[in-house]
Design a protein around this ligand. Sequence first.
Ligand code: NAD
Length: 432
Amino acid sequence: MPSSPPSKSFVSAAKGYDFYRTIQEYLERASKIAKIEPYVQTILSQPKNELIVNFPVKMDSGEVRLFKGYRVQHNNLLGPFKGGMRFHPQVSLDDVKALAAMMTWKSALMRLPFGGGKGGIKFDPQSISKAELQRITRRFTHALGENIGPEYDIPAPDVGTNGQTMAWMMDTYSNMVGSAHKQMVKGVVTGKPVASGGTLGRTKATGQGLVFCLLEWAKEKGTTLEGATMLVQGFGNVGSHVAVILSKLGVSTIAVGDHTGYMYNPEGFNAHKLQDHVLAHGSIAGYPGGKPITREEFFATKADIFAPCALENQVGEAEAKALDVKLVAEGANGPCNPVGERLLLDKGIDILPDVLANSGGVTVSYYEWVQNKRSETWSEEEVDARLEVAMKRAYREVSDFARGRKCDLRIAAYGLALQRIEAVYKEREIFP
Ligand code: NAD
């Protein structure tokens, strides 16, 4: 294969897309199907708290730049607010609100003692030095102050953040609480590197969870994944682990794409090598094992599975019409917009929805939080075994609900989550 950069084409599916409105519409539809009390739907239609912090950071050049950070705390009825921190130029309050609400549904669906939250900073982490990234992360954590905490609101990695970001956040927070409490606050963030109190199995957890879900889907359909082909959009944490884990099960990734472009290899990419390349260079650009293709050609490539693992609003009308796959497994949050989703379902393409398919991340975050509380270290086998049980059970519950209520899997996942939250509101009632 020639060593050439992937083609460049970054267009999202629909301009002016309102992600938050989409999540509201799912909430409305699922509330009807699951017969949720109107007052519960009203409470869940808005986040509990929306924080915006503006904070200054001295850049390497000596210039002082002001950054805008967000933390949206959607709901904490079932436990502390919980959800990722995104560092990306497109971060906006409304998108963070949508993502925070989805975290509430995921925690409830997975029966975790967490609520939902999400945060982020609007900037491009790839355009600055590591030292600047550290100062931005620490200053943001400081600005959030007591608005986060191991029993109150627990951030984790998301797009543009990773274990290193979490180590800086934890270190900053623990220095703010005073030496006597330092050891007790490790659980203020999850997704930490293992040496800093993280859990084995967390880095790959979202991808691993998606694969467990996929296996249960295949079992239900009476099919096998062995010999299947796959398209992966986004080759960061989630996408690369999905490709690596599935390659061991005989699934061949024949087309990939990220923010730098798209590539095709009919013989299948070596997922391990491509993952190493991305870890070393920050993107798939320059990887020698594939032929550059356009974004349009990527979506038109025939395969068995499409795993969107990048950003929201990637599959709209054109992409859904072009896709020639049997299953869309949503590693990313909100990758299909409602028009794209409708077209896919009308074409008979199954969708494993985000709220179910990528909830392995928050599930293993919970395992990390429990280990931090108990000062325990679980083996990777134990983490994986617990995750497998949790993901497969959730898949079956969602699938049963969908069959029983004659709805799609997304509405079923929302419906189940909403019923669990509603049950608690009914018992506890509204203060005062
Ligand atoms: P990441 O930063 O590790 O990777 C993001 C990937 O998306 C990169 O490959 C990037 O190049 C690609 N990308 C960005 N903009 C793109 C564009 N315009 N077109 C094509 N590709 C683009 O992030 P991640 O942690 O892998 O998260 C990916 C998705 O999975 C997000 O939607 C995130 O919310 C979701 N998610 C992540 C986790 C987790 O544990 N990290 C858990 C649940 C859900």
